[in-house]
Design a protein around this ligand. Structure first.
Ligand code: FES
Length: 165
């Protein structure tokens, strides 16, 4: 089937099997391998991307169901010459070890910081403080969908907090 998506600002027309996930379409059809496949069933967050500004696990989404959507991957956030503030902060604060989860961590953090700035969408947990100012505890809670098998969590949180501040 034909699927048209806008990826990092460029419209891409794809002919896909309807069973192809958004993650596989990005990696295999478009060569955007910055988005990682960890668990491939929605548990690790390595495949996090933004769809219309909201974060999703792209391994759980069928590409065909995102026809017409606007997608941002880690490749669309910054470049080695012109890094996004989160990318710079992860380097400065040593917010990674093996680096495999890093793209997903950064995409998730970007979505979280945008949500905090714009006001939390209704699907976000009501158990957390409704105040859009992110505390360190809220960063930890709101990033809990992104796992790091090297356990670099303290430095990941430090990097995000540095951008928040
Ligand atoms: Fe998608 Fe793990 S690869 S959540």
């Amino acid at each position: 089937m034909d699927v048209t998506i806008t990826v990092n600002g460029t419209e891409r027309k794809l002919e896909l099997d309807p069973r192809v996930t958004l993650l596989d379409a990005l990696r295999h059809e478009l060569g955007l391998t910055g988005t990682k496949k960890g668990c491939d069933h929605g548990q690790c967050g390595a495949c996090t991307i933004l769809v219309n500004g909201r974060r999703i696990n792209s391994c759980l989404a069928l590409a065909a169901s995102h026809d017409g959507d606007e997608i941002t991957t880690i490749e669309g956030l910054g470049t080695p010459e012109n890094m996004h503030p989160l990318q710079t902060a992860f380097v400065t604060h040593d917010g990674y070890q093996c680096g495999y989860c890093t793209p997903g961590q950064i995409m998730s953090a970007e979505a979280m910081l945008r949500e905090a700035a714009e006001g939390w969408p209704s699907y976000v947990s009501k158990t957390l403080d409704a105040d859009p100012t992110l505390t360190d505890e809220e960063i930890a809670e709101r990033m809990s969908g992104n796992l790091c098998r090297c356990s670099a969590y303290p430095r990941i949180r430090e990097a995000i907090a540095a951008v928040r501040d």
